[in-house]
Design a protein around this ligand. Structure first.
Ligand SMILES: [Zn+2]
Ligand SMILES: [Zn+2]
Length: 99
């Protein structure tokens, strides 16, 4: 058994973010305000610790609710893609509601 030392690849992350399990995890763990600034808008989950394994990604003890603005301050480089996927998911859910 080999221990992984690199972070999750963007492919792995994309698969997680698009999964129903992740949506369910977010639904259960997303708070109603940003833990940094208290904002109630554009909230998302941020991982406090670096995640090396997919199994650890959906661990409620590792995530904290932050708003989009604070998340950009935490790590400005890799949030754009996550936001794009979240928006797509939201749009899809809304469309489903309308049907
Ligand atoms: Zn905030
Ligand atoms: Zn983050």
């Amino acid at each position: 058994m080999t221990e992984r030392k690199h972070s999750l690849t963007s492919d792995e992350l994309r698969r997680v973010w698009q999964s129903d399990e992740w949506k369910e995890f977010v639904g259960k763990n997303l708070g109603d305000h940003c833990s940094l600034c208290g904002s109630k808008e554009s909230l998302l989950l941020h991982h406090r610790t670096f995640v090396y394994k997919l199994e650890s990604y959906m661990d409620s003890s590792r995530v904290v609710t932050v708003c989009k603005r604070c998340h950009h301050l935490i790590h400005p480089h890799n949030v754009t893609e996550l936001e794009a996927i979240l928006k797509k998911n939201r749009d899809r859910l809304q469309r489903k509601d309308e049907l």
